[in-house]
Design a protein around this ligand. Sequence first.
Ligand code: IPE
Ligand code: IPE
Ligand code: MG
Length: 255
Amino acid sequence: MSYDNAPLVKTDNGNPCHIAIIMDGNGRWAKKRFMPRVMGHRAGVKSVKNIVEFCNEQKIEVLSLFAFSSENWRRPPEEVSLLMKLFSVTLGLEIKKLAKNNVKLICIGDRSAFPSELQDKIAEGEAVTHNNSGLTLVVAANYGGHWDIAQAANQVAIKIQTGVLSNAVITEALISEHLSTASLPNPDLFIRTGGEERISNFLLWQLAYTEFYFTPTLWPDFTPTVLQQAIDSFKGRQRRFGRTGDQVLAKTNSL
Ligand code: IPE
Ligand code: IPE
Ligand code: MG
């Protein structure tokens, strides 16, 4: 979508259409309780379930959750393997419920680095929820914004080399169409829990015009009430997409 046509109102009720969250603070949540970090990750899964359920009920179209970054491999091997296990077990336990609740699962990121059993579970989860029409749940695992842009560029290069694309002019739209989020609208609202105020290589391209919301709440303490506060903050903002505030008001009034 070109910014010239960027809509000023996304949904009838003013809710964001796509919410993207960096779920941060699991480790600190556990540390505060003198528990191993793994307990924080386990507690974080509970928040994921509550937030997915809430977004589905609220008819949010897309919820993207950053579960494991391409940089998280730098963590101690025990923590990495535990995160893999937790992802795999949670997928196994939750997929039926997601399917029943009409949630469509999409995983983005370089899954080739995962154990083959986990890759199979991801593929199965996506397949059984493929035709669902409720919330689209995007789980970013072994995801990096740099990786995403590079893999899109690679796909385009291959298409040009093999003659699938005859026009070698690379446009913004062409890159967007090859990102892992190609079928999705860009996020309207970005939330990071845990108090840090950075993107940590999440959806770099896609966040170009997203509204940001940072909260000190640690991810395991994140509830639908805190999410609603973020949504309310979003609703109170004027999105200008480069225009002046007066232009936006005039356009909104004429809608
Ligand atoms: C986020 O919580 C979860 C993942 C990165 C998988 P952290 O584990 O980063 O928690 P903190 O930042 O150490 O508190
Ligand atoms: C970002 O959190 C990745 C996920 C939440 C999956 P990190 O805790 O890894 O981010 P940094 O390293 O502190 O920036
Ligand atoms: Mg962290």
